[in-house]
Design a protein around this ligand. Structure first.
Ligand SMILES: C[C@@](CO)(OP(=O)(O)O)[C@H](O)COP(=O)(O)OP(=O)(O)OC[C@H]1O[C@@H](n2ccc(N)nc2=O)[C@H](O)[C@@H]1O
Ligand SMILES: Nc1ncnc2c1ncn2[C@@H]1O[C@H](COP(=O)(O)OP(=O)(O)O)[C@@H](O)[C@H]1O
Length: 276
């Protein structure tokens, strides 16, 4: 079976407090976008993992056990004694980009294995497995826009529909470690919950919807602030960094040409839609 794990963007990201377990509680809205990897899982004589496309740090031929697809298989295998499979991942979504690509691969692997081997796992059970693989991972089980709390793995519905907006993602060829980004941030409770700002028209977001990682990462990596500014100059209604960076995105009312300034970066453009 071949599937296409997609990326996500964060519409706002407030880091509320550090938890006793070392993670952080947050407020954010995760929104799926159609920049995709390609994942194939087929029955095989022995377990194999291979990859192509973008190189994945830590995935050399002697150690692929860190790949989140492999970890997803092992997690289910421990409970269900699965038949061996060959997993091939063609990596397209940039890594360390704030787009949740690795988490999406893991969640989609769980979904495929559940279906292929008729494990009978429903959404809650799949989300519980996904939580063990990464804070972002559970989101990709249902893969629909949600308001997230706690570690980013507790979800509430939110009536946000950006269908019809055009989006440009700009990845500045710069990988930022999520752990490093969290270590730099100063958590605090915002006066107004992010949800309130998100429910106002997108035209107001520029003044109200913030990603707290920008405060510490923009001074450290000036190219990020520069790209955000250029997205506004290109006509974005709203622009922000996604997650812990390094991708910046802009929401536009109309299709946009890619400005020359972005030619050195990886740029993805598309319509915002709900993907499954
Ligand atoms: C920042 C966010 C926002 O959506 O996304 P990305 O930018 O990575 O896509 C997420 O919180 C990233 O989730 P994810 O990438 O799954 O993180 P994990 O693998 O669980 O954790 C990596 C490291 O980030 C820190 N971490 C992560 C999540 C969280 N709520 N608090 C944390 O402090 C911890 O130091 C942890 O060791
Ligand atoms: N299938 C995978 N795709 C991407 N990264 C992976 C994968 N498996 C493990 N990783 C590891 O996860 C980290 C990056 O995760 P990713 O989801 O791409 O970034 P981000 O957290 O910025 O959204 C890297 O340390 C990478 O080595």
């Amino acid at each position: 079976m071949i599937i296409f794990p997609n990326a996500k963007i964060n519409l706002g990201l407030r880091i509320i407090e550090k938890r006793p377990d070392g993670f952080h509680n947050l407020q954010s809205c995760f929104y799926p976008v159609g920049w995709n990897d390609v994942l194939e899982i087929i029955p095989a004589e022995t377990f194999q993992f291979s990859s192509s496309g973008l190189p994945i740090p830590g995935d050399d031929s002697t150690n692929v056990t860190n790949n989140l697809c492999v970890r997803a298989y092992k997690l289910l295998n421990a409970d269900f004694d699965l038949p061996p499979v060959h997993i091939h991942l063609h990596k397209v979504v940039p890594i360390g980009a704030g787009l949740g690509g690795g988490s999406a691969d893991a969640a989609f692997a769980l979904r495929v294995l559940n279906e292929r081997f008729s494990l009978g796992l429903h959404v809650d059970a799949l989300e519980n497995y996904a939580r063990q693989l990464g804070s972002d991972c559970a989101f990709f089980v249902q893969n629909k826009p949600v308001y997230c709390l706690e570690k980013g793995d507790v979800f509430e519905p939110i009536a946000i529909d950006l269908t019809g907006f055009h989006i440009m993602l700009v990845y500045p060829n710069l990988a930022i470690s999520t752990a490093e980004a969290y270590a730099r941030v100063r958590p605090h409770l915002p006066e107004t919950p992010l949800r309130t700002h998100l429910l106002a028209p997108v035209e107001t977001w520029r003044e109200t919807v913030r990603n707290d990682f920008e405060d510490s990462l923009f001074p450290a990596y000036p190219v990020l602030a520069h790209i955000k500014q250029q997205l506004y100059e290109a006509g974005a209604i709203y622009a922000s960094m996604s997650g812990s960076g390094s991708t910046l995105y802009g929401l536009f009312h109309a299709p946009v040409e890619t400005p020359n300034q972005f030619s050195a970066y990886r740029v993805w453009k598309g319509r915002l839609q709900t993907v499954n």
